[in-house]
Design a protein around this ligand. Structure first.
Ligand SMILES: Nc1nc2c(ncn2[C@@H]2O[C@H](COP(=O)(O)OP(=O)(O)O)[C@@H](O)[C@H]2O)c(=O)[nH]1
Ligand SMILES: [Mg+2]
Length: 247
């Protein structure tokens, strides 16, 4: 606990943007995996540009066969091509390919309120290491019912194992300090989103859940709710036991 507090104090002192002072929108990298998201990629990248005045770096790790990569490049994004290996392999690559000190994740599907990126950045500037969009706070009525129940169950499972209440552990929209991303070894695939919240919480970083709206998806989901759900539950248990040195 002492070490975690010391780390937090030191990290707060190191908050510096390109122009000095707190971070601005051009200190942000917005990153995502994209797997056949032709319908969504244009609107998603336009929303990011609007939200960040065109200042953010955008990194898309693409595994598509439907031309998504070309559309992303036309919109000015940095595209890293990768064979399809799952959500976490893509998003980890995207987070680690980004170069700016604040890293924001999103899905490439039109579900997340990207206009909130400046609010997330402000919370990072307030001293949070992770700002996590909580979709369930407002009810997430646009989420498929099975996913909604599953997400409540994942949050309950993680809260019980960590002895700390968290509300939405599988959200795709978060902001992270880049040094946190680079200092932790990430091991999960479908469960990466949960891992990206649970390891920082269990290591005493400053983590904040921020209520967000959640919209209807453009295009088809890439995650099977049954096999994907089982993998996420396994990741939650594995990560919590590892963080307690029980595995
Ligand atoms: N590059 C890449 N992206 C992926 C892969 N699997 C999922 N994604 C992307 O990861 C994001 C999350 O997937 P999504 O289908 O929205 O999952 P859901 O939000 O749980 O329905 C989307 O932007 C997908 O296109 C993959 O194997 N490779
Ligand atoms: Mg999605």
């Amino acid at each position: 606990m002492f070490l975690a507090s010391l780390k937090y104090l030191l990290s707060e002192r190191l908050v510096m943007s390109k122009s000095g002072g707190s971070y601005g929108l051009d200190d942000v990298s917005v990153v995502m995996g994209a797997y056949n998201e032709r319908e969504a990629i244009g609107p998603v990248l336009d929303e990011i540009d609007d939200a960040t005045d065109g200042g953010a770096e955008v990194v898309v790790v693409d595994s598509s066969t439907d031309g998504t990569a070309d559309l992303a490049r036309d919109h000015g994004a940095t595209v890293v091509e990768q064979p399809p290996q799952g959500y976490g392999v893509a998003v980890r690559e995207a987070l680690l390919s980004a170069t700016n000190p604040v890293r924001v994740t999103t899905d490439c599907d039109g579900t997340y309120p990207l206009e909130r990126i400046p609010d997330f950045l402000e919370l990072i500037n307030d001293g949070y290491d992770v700002v996590s969009g909580d979709r369930l706070y407002h009810g997430a009525r646009t989420m498929p019912t099975l996913n909604r129940y599953g997400n409540h169950a994942f949050a309950a499972l993680a809260s019980a194992l960590m002895a700390e209440r968290v509300h939405d552990v599988t959200t795709g929209m978060r902001a992270y300090r880049g040094d946190l991303i680079e200092s932790i070894e990430w091991t999960e695939n479908t469960g990466l989103s949960a891992e990206l919240l649970l390891r920082p919480v269990m290591r005493g970083y400053a983590v904040r859940e921020e209520p967000i709206e959640y919209d209807e998806r453009l295009g088809e989901t890439k995650l099977d709710p049954f096999s994907g759900g089982a993998e996420i539950a396994k990741s939650i248990v594995t990560v919590c036991l590892e963080e307690r040195d029980l595995l």
